[in-house]
Design a protein around this ligand. Sequence first.
Ligand code: BTN
Length: 262
Amino acid sequence: MNGYFEQLKTAWLGRDVRFLQETESTNRDCDVAAAAGVTEGLVICAETQTAGRGRLGRTWFSPQHVNLYFSILLRPAVDPVAATTLPLVVGLAVAETLMESFPALAPKIKWPNDIWIQGRKVCGILCEMQLTGERVGAVVAGVGINVNLTRALFPEELRASATALQQEVGHTVERGVLLASIMNHLEPLYCAWQQQGFAPLAERIQRVDALRGQPLRMHLVGNPVEGLGAGIQADGALLIRLSDRTLQAIYSGEAQTIRMLD
Ligand code: BTN
């Protein structure tokens, strides 16, 4: 990937990197590496995926040579509950990279693990945890970013809800440079998160919270919840203000904006 090693400033993250032409899923490849005992910091990046994994059992659209599909092998020294905030940490690294690289863009984090630009999804994050007994053995953080995908190449069903960086900034983007920059942002964020927890980062996430003030609907088992997005709590939960003015903390699920549904 052009420019990757020239731009990489990390001590350990992404130094061991494997660039593949084609794979089933980079998350799967990282799972295998994790099970084989590879140390944290490995990044596996592919030009295309034949079965890219999305959240909630979906597949991730992975056409070749235009986007970024990569997975990072991490072994955080935190408990499994604390590890559930990692997608927001990775999301913050992506959002801060985009803000620095393209100051005119206003990327937002859509809790718990998407990045939006102008209400359209540009990046999805899928973190998968491997437990060793009751402890975190590894977390594979998979990131898919629509980079140089032109509008015509988007499948019909994604055209209204997804975008790509090229469409937003008006020129093609060097993927290797972008990947290195994400590593440069993530390494210090990840170290701070491991040492001090999520709470100090929550403030930075609040500034780019796509859901704040938005009418939301959450599909919780047997109990759909509607209200207004009211920020991200210090433990990573999404806060929703209900019609009776009380706050409900949501720890998992997918928030849909009512505007998106209608
Ligand atoms: C989502 O559903 O929004 C999450 C999508 C995550 C896709 C990325 S692409 C690279 C990595 N490998 C996978 O199989 N999935 C993730």
